[in-house]
Design a protein around this ligand. Structure first.
Ligand code: IPE
Ligand code: IPE
Ligand code: MG
Length: 229
Protein backbone atom coordinates (compact mmCIF):
# COMPACT_ATOMS: atom_id res chain seq x y z
CA UNK A 1 0.00 0.00 0.00
CA UNK A 2 0.89 3.61 -0.26
CA UNK A 3 3.00 5.59 -2.58
CA UNK A 4 6.70 5.84 -3.16
CA UNK A 5 8.14 9.36 -3.00
CA UNK A 6 9.55 10.58 -6.34
CA UNK A 7 12.06 12.82 -4.60
CA UNK A 8 13.73 11.99 -1.29
CA UNK A 9 15.98 14.56 0.40
CA UNK A 10 18.26 13.66 3.29
CA UNK A 11 20.03 15.86 5.83
CA UNK A 12 22.94 13.56 6.66
CA UNK A 13 23.68 14.75 10.19
CA UNK A 14 25.52 13.13 13.10
CA UNK A 15 28.87 12.06 11.67
CA UNK A 16 30.84 13.98 14.30
CA UNK A 17 28.88 12.59 17.26
CA UNK A 18 29.09 9.07 15.78
CA UNK A 19 32.89 9.40 15.86
CA UNK A 20 33.01 11.10 19.25
CA UNK A 21 31.12 8.24 20.85
CA UNK A 22 33.78 5.86 19.54
CA UNK A 23 36.63 8.12 20.63
CA UNK A 24 37.56 8.64 16.99
CA UNK A 25 38.40 11.91 15.23
CA UNK A 26 35.46 13.67 13.50
CA UNK A 27 37.06 12.85 10.15
CA UNK A 28 36.47 9.13 10.84
CA UNK A 29 32.77 9.95 11.25
CA UNK A 30 32.74 11.73 7.90
CA UNK A 31 34.49 8.75 6.25
CA UNK A 32 31.88 6.39 7.70
CA UNK A 33 29.16 8.81 6.60
CA UNK A 34 30.46 8.82 3.03
CA UNK A 35 30.41 5.03 2.90
CA UNK A 36 26.82 5.02 4.15
CA UNK A 37 25.85 7.78 1.73
CA UNK A 38 26.97 5.75 -1.28
CA UNK A 39 25.10 2.61 -0.20
CA UNK A 40 21.97 4.49 0.88
CA UNK A 41 21.66 6.42 -2.38
CA UNK A 42 22.03 3.18 -4.36
CA UNK A 43 19.33 1.66 -2.20
CA UNK A 44 16.94 4.53 -2.90
CA UNK A 45 17.45 4.30 -6.66
CA UNK A 46 16.94 0.52 -6.53
CA UNK A 47 13.66 1.18 -4.72
CA UNK A 48 12.57 3.37 -7.63
CA UNK A 49 13.06 6.88 -6.26
CA UNK A 50 13.83 9.27 -9.14
CA UNK A 51 15.60 12.13 -7.40
CA UNK A 52 17.77 11.82 -4.30
CA UNK A 53 19.09 15.06 -2.83
CA UNK A 54 21.71 14.73 -0.12
CA UNK A 55 22.86 17.58 2.13
CA UNK A 56 26.59 16.94 2.32
CA UNK A 57 27.92 20.38 3.33
CA UNK A 58 26.15 23.61 4.19
CA UNK A 59 27.54 27.02 3.40
CA UNK A 60 27.64 27.58 7.17
CA UNK A 61 29.74 24.40 7.59
CA UNK A 62 32.52 26.21 5.69
CA UNK A 63 33.35 28.04 8.92
CA UNK A 64 34.42 24.80 10.62
CA UNK A 65 38.09 24.24 11.45
CA UNK A 66 40.62 23.94 8.67
CA UNK A 67 41.41 20.45 9.90
CA UNK A 68 37.82 19.25 9.56
CA UNK A 69 37.31 20.98 6.20
CA UNK A 70 40.44 19.48 4.72
CA UNK A 71 39.27 16.01 5.81
CA UNK A 72 35.87 16.70 4.21
CA UNK A 73 37.46 17.96 1.00
CA UNK A 74 39.67 14.87 0.81
CA UNK A 75 36.53 12.72 1.07
CA UNK A 76 34.80 14.71 -1.68
CA UNK A 77 37.85 14.14 -3.90
CA UNK A 78 37.75 10.44 -3.11
CA UNK A 79 34.03 10.31 -3.82
CA UNK A 80 34.13 12.06 -7.18
CA UNK A 81 37.20 10.16 -8.32
CA UNK A 82 35.70 6.80 -7.37
CA UNK A 83 31.94 7.03 -7.82
CA UNK A 84 31.24 8.88 -11.03
CA UNK A 85 31.87 5.83 -13.25
CA UNK A 86 29.54 3.80 -11.08
CA UNK A 87 26.80 6.41 -11.40
CA UNK A 88 27.27 6.44 -15.17
CA UNK A 89 27.11 2.64 -15.34
CA UNK A 90 23.90 2.71 -13.34
CA UNK A 91 22.44 5.24 -15.78
CA UNK A 92 22.28 7.90 -13.05
CA UNK A 93 22.96 11.59 -13.44
CA UNK A 94 25.00 13.61 -10.96
CA UNK A 95 24.11 17.17 -10.10
CA UNK A 96 25.59 19.45 -7.48
CA UNK A 97 23.78 22.42 -5.92
CA UNK A 98 25.37 25.07 -3.75
CA UNK A 99 27.96 27.79 -4.21
CA UNK A 100 30.72 25.59 -5.55
CA UNK A 101 32.92 28.64 -6.17
CA UNK A 102 33.60 28.47 -2.41
CA UNK A 103 35.28 25.04 -2.86
CA UNK A 104 38.90 24.27 -3.81
CA UNK A 105 39.35 24.53 -7.57
CA UNK A 106 40.27 20.91 -8.14
CA UNK A 107 36.99 19.80 -6.53
CA UNK A 108 35.13 22.23 -8.76
CA UNK A 109 36.65 20.59 -11.83
CA UNK A 110 35.89 17.08 -10.50
CA UNK A 111 32.28 18.21 -10.10
CA UNK A 112 32.15 19.63 -13.62
CA UNK A 113 33.61 16.50 -15.20
CA UNK A 114 31.33 14.27 -13.10
CA UNK A 115 28.27 16.17 -14.28
CA UNK A 116 29.47 15.99 -17.88
CA UNK A 117 30.25 12.26 -17.67
CA UNK A 118 26.79 11.40 -16.28
CA UNK A 119 24.64 13.86 -18.22
CA UNK A 120 22.95 11.10 -20.25
CA UNK A 121 21.78 9.29 -17.09
CA UNK A 122 18.07 8.60 -17.48
CA UNK A 123 17.20 6.40 -14.52
CA UNK A 124 17.46 9.06 -11.84
CA UNK A 125 19.45 11.98 -10.50
CA UNK A 126 21.68 12.19 -7.46
CA UNK A 127 21.79 15.80 -6.33
CA UNK A 128 24.56 16.60 -3.86
CA UNK A 129 24.17 19.80 -1.88
CA UNK A 130 27.69 21.06 -1.24
CA UNK A 131 28.43 24.56 0.11
CA UNK A 132 24.66 24.88 -0.14
CA UNK A 133 22.39 27.30 1.69
CA UNK A 134 18.70 27.66 0.93
CA UNK A 135 18.51 31.34 1.92
CA UNK A 136 21.50 32.13 -0.28
CA UNK A 137 19.92 30.15 -3.13
CA UNK A 138 16.64 32.05 -2.76
CA UNK A 139 18.46 35.39 -2.76
CA UNK A 140 20.38 34.52 -5.93
CA UNK A 141 17.11 33.47 -7.61
CA UNK A 142 15.58 36.80 -6.60
CA UNK A 143 18.56 38.63 -8.04
CA UNK A 144 18.27 36.71 -11.29
CA UNK A 145 14.62 37.70 -11.53
CA UNK A 146 15.51 41.33 -10.80
CA UNK A 147 18.17 41.31 -13.49
CA UNK A 148 15.66 39.89 -15.97
CA UNK A 149 13.53 42.91 -15.11
CA UNK A 150 10.13 41.30 -14.77
CA UNK A 151 7.91 39.92 -12.07
CA UNK A 152 7.79 36.13 -11.79
CA UNK A 153 5.09 33.62 -10.95
CA UNK A 154 5.63 30.99 -8.28
CA UNK A 155 6.44 28.42 -10.96
CA UNK A 156 8.93 30.70 -12.68
CA UNK A 157 10.56 31.48 -9.36
CA UNK A 158 10.92 27.75 -8.52
CA UNK A 159 12.64 27.26 -11.84
CA UNK A 160 15.22 29.93 -10.92
CA UNK A 161 16.31 27.99 -7.83
CA UNK A 162 19.24 25.58 -8.09
CA UNK A 163 16.74 22.71 -7.78
CA UNK A 164 14.61 24.19 -10.58
CA UNK A 165 14.88 21.10 -12.77
CA UNK A 166 13.43 18.75 -10.14
CA UNK A 167 10.05 18.13 -8.56
CA UNK A 168 9.92 19.36 -4.95
CA UNK A 169 10.99 16.81 -2.30
CA UNK A 170 8.14 14.54 -1.20
CA UNK A 171 10.00 13.13 1.79
CA UNK A 172 12.67 14.96 3.77
CA UNK A 173 14.63 12.84 6.22
CA UNK A 174 16.99 14.20 8.87
CA UNK A 175 19.21 11.87 10.85
CA UNK A 176 21.21 12.79 13.97
CA UNK A 177 18.42 13.67 16.41
CA UNK A 178 18.01 17.39 15.67
CA UNK A 179 14.63 18.63 14.53
CA UNK A 180 15.44 21.50 12.25
CA UNK A 181 16.12 22.20 8.58
CA UNK A 182 19.47 24.00 8.98
CA UNK A 183 19.02 26.07 5.81
CA UNK A 184 18.15 23.15 3.51
CA UNK A 185 15.57 23.40 0.67
CA UNK A 186 13.47 25.98 2.52
CA UNK A 187 11.29 27.00 -0.43
CA UNK A 188 11.07 23.55 -2.02
CA UNK A 189 10.04 21.75 1.19
CA UNK A 190 6.82 23.72 1.67
CA UNK A 191 4.78 20.49 1.41
CA UNK A 192 7.45 17.86 2.04
CA UNK A 193 6.66 15.15 4.57
CA UNK A 194 9.24 15.37 7.37
CA UNK A 195 10.85 12.35 9.01
CA UNK A 196 13.34 12.62 11.86
CA UNK A 197 15.60 9.81 13.04
CA UNK A 198 17.61 9.79 16.26
CA UNK A 199 20.27 7.66 14.59
CA UNK A 200 23.56 9.24 13.64
CA UNK A 201 23.98 9.16 9.86
CA UNK A 202 26.65 6.40 9.68
CA UNK A 203 24.22 4.16 11.61
CA UNK A 204 21.19 4.99 9.45
CA UNK A 205 20.73 1.70 7.59
CA UNK A 206 18.81 0.75 4.45
CA UNK A 207 16.23 -0.81 6.81
CA UNK A 208 15.91 2.55 8.61
CA UNK A 209 15.28 4.23 5.26
CA UNK A 210 12.72 1.55 4.44
CA UNK A 211 10.92 2.49 7.68
CA UNK A 212 10.93 6.14 6.59
CA UNK A 213 9.45 5.15 3.22
CA UNK A 214 6.83 3.04 4.99
CA UNK A 215 5.95 5.95 7.24
CA UNK A 216 5.69 8.24 4.22
CA UNK A 217 3.26 5.83 2.59
CA UNK A 218 0.84 6.28 5.51
CA UNK A 219 0.83 10.07 5.34
CA UNK A 220 -2.23 11.87 4.06
CA UNK A 221 -0.98 14.71 1.89
CA UNK A 222 -3.76 17.26 1.80
CA UNK A 223 -1.99 20.37 0.50
CA UNK A 224 -4.43 22.51 2.44
CA UNK A 225 -7.53 20.84 1.10
CA UNK A 226 -10.17 18.96 3.08
CA UNK A 227 -9.91 15.23 2.74
CA UNK A 228 -12.64 13.69 0.60
CA UNK A 229 -14.20 10.24 1.48
C1 IPE B 1 27.01 16.07 9.26
O1 IPE B 1 27.61 15.65 10.43
C2 IPE B 1 27.99 16.26 8.13
C3 IPE B 1 28.38 17.65 7.94
C4 IPE B 1 27.77 18.69 8.46
C5 IPE B 1 29.53 17.90 7.09
P1 IPE B 1 28.18 16.68 11.51
O2 IPE B 1 29.59 16.94 11.20
O3 IPE B 1 27.32 17.88 11.62
O4 IPE B 1 28.05 15.78 12.80
P2 IPE B 1 27.58 16.23 14.23
O5 IPE B 1 26.24 16.92 14.08
O6 IPE B 1 28.63 17.15 14.77
O7 IPE B 1 27.46 14.96 14.99
C1 IPE C 1 23.30 20.34 8.57
O1 IPE C 1 23.95 19.84 9.68
C2 IPE C 1 24.21 20.28 7.38
C3 IPE C 1 24.52 18.95 6.90
C4 IPE C 1 24.10 17.82 7.41
C5 IPE C 1 25.36 18.91 5.74
P1 IPE C 1 24.66 20.80 10.75
O2 IPE C 1 25.29 19.92 11.75
O3 IPE C 1 25.54 21.77 10.06
O4 IPE C 1 23.41 21.59 11.34
P2 IPE C 1 23.26 22.35 12.71
O5 IPE C 1 24.48 23.22 12.88
O6 IPE C 1 23.17 21.32 13.77
O7 IPE C 1 22.00 23.14 12.57
MG1 MG D 1 25.67 18.30 12.76
Amino acid sequence: MGELPRHVAVIMDGNGRWAQKRLLPRSAGHAAGLKRMIALSEYLFRRGVEVVTLYALSQENLSRSEEELSALFALFRQYFAGSVERLAKNDLRLDVIGDTSLLPEDILSLIESGKERTKEGGRGTLVLAIAYGARQDIVSAVNRAVRAGKEVTEGEFSALLSTGAYPPPDLLVRTGKEKRLSNFLLFESAYAELYFSDKMFPDFSDADMERALGDYATRDRRYGKVKTQ
